[in-house]
Design a protein around this ligand. Structure first.
Ligand code: SME
Length: 168
């Protein structure tokens, strides 16, 4: 089994995502524990995109999202659904692209250097499992290309993990 991700640094973001998806298919296995799958997924995104300063998961339990596997600086451990970018994305079950986090009312600043963010809800059969959160220390780092491919990658994660078993 391949346990590496190799993406050409010189590719455009779109080309990187196109390369990443089949490699993720190979990397992530239904036989692994959910925590293993989420950990390697976060690492793969962080190592592929230099614009990403933080990549990871917040997982739903009750009315809160709890910090899951991630790559980047230490982060807040609990977010109420409906609060911050992650909680709003979870509440609305929609992807949020935030070009300037200071302009998002209620943004939760885990890293004072974070400038932009994208949050993708993980939804299967209308049920929310958590969110995938990517941060950047530059303004406007994320766009519709990221949204399109991260939503696809989010679905791939949900296919690879056992959604019936709670991780937290
Ligand atoms: N900024 C997020 C909190 C999580 S950190 O970015 C890792 C938010 O407002 O929900």
């Amino acid at each position: 089994m391949s346990e590496t991700i190799e993406i050409n640094d010189k590719f455009t973001d779109e080309e990187k995502y196109r390369e990443l998806i089949p490699q993720m298919e190979t990397l992530l296995s239904e036989d692994d524990f959910t925590v293993t799958t989420l950990s390697n997924f976060a690492a793969a995104l962080k190592q592929t995109f230099s614009k990403v300063s933080w990549a990871g998961f917040y997982l739903k339990k009750g009315d809160y999202l709890y910090l899951g596997p991630f790559q980047g600086k230490v982060a807040c451990t609990r977010i109420k659904i409906g609060q911050g970018v992650c909680g709003t994305s979870a509440f609305k079950k929609v992807t949020l692209i935030v070009p300037d986090v200071d302009k998002f009312p209620g943004h939760i600043a885990c890293d004072s250097f974070s400038r932009s963010e994208i949050v993708v809800p993980l939804v299967k059969n209308d049920e929310l499992y958590g969110v995938l959160d990517l941060d950047s220390t530059s303004y406007s780092s994320f766009n519709e290309t990221d949204k399109k491919y991260l939503e696809r990658l989010g679905q791939l994660v949900l296919e690879k993990i056992d959604c019936a078993r709670s991780v937290i």
